[in-house]
Write a protein that binds this ligand. Structure first.
Ligand code: SPV
Ligand code: MG
Length: 432
């Protein structure tokens, strides 16, 4: 009897999946692949159930004779092991980023005489309702908040991009690229940067934009996205205020706040020692972290301590002493910052921290040492990489150039060919 294989990467079964199974049964014995958590994440489908729960769900479906794990979104593992006669899939994978996966699968199966069957995708009210409900579930505070901790267990490095508005949030949420010969890739989390949030409001990054306004930005992003949010909490302010903010952020579904060990008028770290900045004492900052951890009500929320010793040129020993002290005070992660182009001091810090602490997540912001890849950082023990300001810096020069060109030409014709039609932007908004 011929074998028919289909891959499911879903927590909820809808008419579309049942339709595929019905067609599949006409061709032979049906094997369903359960896409692993790790690969689901790369396809922007964050799982809300475990792999074994999903396997059980698929086993219970009509006409399914076997369920196997699929650990590679490109099907290499399952095709190699099973050599199915047919691979069956909704024909929606002929378009968009997934078409590269289809092309790859076609090459693999045709090598041994296998075939792809494209079933017309089920565009129905009930299917879109299930999809919508899943996204809504993922955007709920209890799901969103714990997603960062889940990701830390599931992916080698949590790729985090800055968002400072609903629109930039949507870009981080939805950008998917074809990477590594057909595999898809996307960002895992969002960074709500104090620098970009302030800049977007035309204000300096000196804790002038108050928490109410920062929360408004977070809420704008949350309303249209599902990915976990890491907030740049600056110094955390007064400890008496910080404890309230921890509760508010938890309630909203923010996953982590990063606070930096500076005090007084905070200036952006990229200024380094060009401006006067005061580092907080180990005792004070440890007490702030401990107070925040005590105020926290959920297990999921993370308070991450950011160390400014390298920025302020206080040396490696100071940075490491602080890292161990802040971890002992209860910090759930350490962010080490540097404004050097050479990553040597970041690597040294990570290697020496990891000699003694194998577990506490390390966060880095490679704005200056931007030649270093995520893989290289991960090999030094880094768990979260934050691209802290690139979307803002990308948009600004283009907006300014456009304004200048319209002023010069006294009309907009000259710039129009460079602009995205508004209907394409609206499509991004409508889809969610
Ligand atoms: C931010 O994005 O606001 C940061 C990171 O704090 S940095 O600007 O590099 O200090
Ligand atoms: Mg900042």
């Amino acid at each position: 009897m011929k074998t028919v294989y289909t891959c499911f990467g879903t927590d909820v079964i809808h008419d579309g999946h049942l339709n595929i199974l019905k067609h599949a049964a006409e061709y032979g014995r049906v094997i369903v692949g359960c896409l692993s958590d790790r690969e689901m994440i790369r396809c922007t489908k964050f799982p809300t159930t475990t792999e074994s729960e999903r396997m059980e769900l698929y086993r219970s479906l009509p006409g399914v004779s076997e369920v196997v794990m699929q650990n590679n979104m490109l099907y290499n593992d399952v095709i190699e092991a099973l050599h199915p006669d047919y691979i069956i899939h909704g024909d929606n994978w002929k378009e968009g980023a997934e078409s590269a996966v289809r092309a790859h699968v076609e090459k693999l199966v045709s090598a041994y005489g296998g075939q792809i069957i494209d079933v017309p995708y089920t565009y129905s009210e009930s299917v879109s309702k299930v999809d919508r409900r899943l996204r809504e579930k993922l955007s709920m505070p209890e799901y969103r908040r714990k997603r960062l901790r889940q990701l830390l267990e599931m992916v080698p490095v949590v790729k985090t991009m800055e968002a400072h508005s609903g629109l930039t949030g949507l870009i981080v949420e939805k950008t998917v690229v074809e990477a590594e010969n057909g595999r898809l890739d996307q960002f895992d989390a969002m960074w709500v940067s104090s620098l970009c949030d302030s800049t977007d409001k035309g204000k300096p990054d000196i804790e002038l934009v108050d928490m109410t306004s920062r929360l408004r930005t977070i809420d704008d992003i949350m309303e249209v996205t599902t990915k976990p949010i890491i907030l740049d909490g600056d110094t955390g302010g007064l400890t008496e205020h910080f404890v309230y903010n921890v509760r508010t952020l938890e309630r909203m579904g923010v996953s982590a706040v990063i606070i930096e060990d500076k005090t007084g008028l905070k200036k952006n770290s990229l200024f380094g020692t060009e401006v006067v900045q005061t580092q907080d004492s180990i005792e004070n900052f440890s007490a702030k972290i401990a107070a925040g951890k005590k105020a926290q009500l959920s297990d999921d929320f993370m308070i991450i301590a950011r160390i400014e010793s390298l920025i302020l040129e206080r040396g490696m020993e100071d940075a490491l002493t602080r890292a161990f002290a802040f971890t002992a005070a209860g910090a759930d992660g350490i962010m080490i910052h540097s404004r050097k182009k050479d990553p040597a001091e970041i690597f040294e810090f990570c290697d020496r921290f990891r000699e003694k602490d194998k577990k506490t997540p390390i966060v880095v912001v490679p704005t200056s040492f931007n030649q270093v890849t995520e893989e290289e950082l991960a090999s030094h023990g880094v768990n979260i990489v934050i691209y802290a300001n690139q979307l803002m810096r990308a948009a600004f020069p283009v907006m300014r150039q456009t304004a200048e060109d319209i002023l010069r030409a006294h009309r907009a014709k000259e710039v129009d060919s460079r602009l995205m039609p508004f209907k394409d932007i609206i499509r991004l908004i409508d889809e969610l």
